[in-house]
Design a protein. Structure first.
Length: 431
């Protein structure tokens, strides 16, 4: 018997898509809903979801947000464009060509697969990993299927901004993206999720990337929705031989945010570096589940997480690395660190290693604690007030991850946003 939640999802699906529409889009939605109905959505009773806050789903409508005339408002809230990056803007999943500015790279192309007329094959629910089931919800309800391609040996820089404006009681936003990199291609991708209104929004996003042999993808993911919203996103990446995927993930927005990241190192000498920072204030929940699976020889992984929980916030990171029997000479390193900055705050760190071969070099570590009393005393002795000294130490803690953002213009924007969240004008002097 379907749960009440799945029943509501099915009813909203019927209301949202009464007609068949384009053949490919209709097939994609129908197959995704069938798989989702068979598998069901995750709940907090499942081990990997125990720290997520999914209560907003009980009150939300799942129909795609209707396109509204908020383009002028969105334009006022957009961050400055990044030099040399092609910019594409989406409002509640709908492209805004007037606010987008493509840069001719000669290598990258953004198209919508739903414009094709061929139908796809059915989605087998058994092939959908348990922790990626929210991607089926996005596939069922998203109104587009954009594909970003970079040709073999090509190079491109692209910025995608996904803006949410719809009240979750009226509908939801479903950003969706597929990325394909040809052999030895290079892509710098900036993915931002922003709120352009104060009402609570429900954003369920999905990104899938496929890297061919020798391809390199540097992926910057920035989540800064308003603190009334809910964000659930799924990231799935497959890396071929000698390919490299670098992720820089910074989350400070939303009332409740959950990111599921799955990286598969499929080829020999494939590598990945996952760096994430999360800042939770008041009653926010920031939850990250990141799994890297080594499928081939000589694969390399680095996981770095820095989280701060203040007020009554909860910040969680579950970093899991799996080395299969077919992946000897694996090299992996994990460093998960959390900072508790409130008497009622909660920090949950779980480094996990699952190794099925002896020829590996794997290290991991996790620590959580309060602000360093010695460093705090030193700053107080130099004339800083207690609040400013505490914010300065929080800033230094997050910089372990933020400093790895390479485009200077983007790094300054991220630092400025975090300073605004920390709420200390003194920190602006550090920029």
């Amino acid at each position: 018997m379907a749960s009440p939640l799945m029943t509501r999802i099915a009813e909203d699906f019927t209301a949202a898509f009464p007609a068949a529409g384009p053949a490919r889009a209709a097939a994609r939605r129908r197959h995704a809903l069938q798989a989702l109905t068979a598998a069901g959505l995750p709940t907090q009773r499942e081990e990997n979801w125990r720290y997520a806050n999914l209560r907003a789903l009980e009150r939300a409508r799942f129909v795609p947000a209707a396109r509204v005339g908020a383009a002028s408002v969105a334009e006022q809230l957009l961050p400055p464009a990044l030099d040399g990056f092609a910019r594409y803007v989406f409002l509640d999943g709908t492209p805004l060509p007037g606010l987008s500015a493509a840069v001719d790279t000669g290598a990258a192309r953004l198209s919508d697969l739903d414009s094709a007329t061929a139908a796809t094959g059915a989605t087998d629910p058994r092939a959908v990993p348990a922790d990626e089931r929210f991607a089926l919800l996005t596939a069922a309800f998203s109104t587009g299927d954009p594909l970003l391609e970079v040709a073999a040996r090509g190079s491109a820089r692209v910025e995608l901004l996904f803006l949410a404006s719809c009240d979750s009681a009226q509908g939801a936003s479903y950003p969706r993206l597929q990325v394909q990199l040809g052999e030895a291609a290079q892509l710098q991708l900036v993915e931002r999720h922003l709120g352009v209104a104060q009402q609570p929004s429900l954003v369920v996003s999905s990104v899938r990337a496929q890297l061919a042999r020798g391809a390199q993808l540097t992926h910057y993911r920035l989540q800064d929705l308003n603190t009334h919203s809910t964000h659930v996103d799924t990231l799935a990446v497959r890396v071929a031989a000698a390919g490299r995927y670098d992720l820089h993930h910074v989350a400070s927005g939303a009332q409740s945010a959950r990111t599921t990241a799955a990286v598969h190192l499929d080829g020999r000498q494939a590598s990945t570096s996952l760096s994430a920072a999360a800042l939770g204030e008041r009653q926010q929940v920031q939850d990250l589940y990141a799994q890297v699976t080594h499928h081939a020889r000589e694969a390399r992984t680095t996981q770095t997480f820095r989280g701060i929980a203040a007020g009554r916030a909860r910040v969680a990171c579950n970093g899991r690395i799996v080395v299969t029997a077919q992946a000897p000479q694996a090299d992996s390193q994990q460093s998960l660190r959390g900072l508790l900055a409130g008497p009622e705050a909660e920090m949950d760190l779980r480094p996990q290693l699952e190794i099925h071969t002896d020829a590996v070099r794997c290290t991991h570590g996790a620590t959580s604690g309060k602000l360093d009393d010695n460093m705090l005393f030193y700053l107080l002795s130099r004339g800083l007030d207690p609040d400013s000294a505490a914010r300065l130490l929080k800033w230094a803690f997050l910089e372990d991850v933020v400093s790895q953002i390479e485009p200077p213009q983007l790094r300054r924007q991220v630092e400025t946003q975090l300073i605004g969240t920390l709420g200390d004008e003194i920190l602006k002097d550090l920029l």
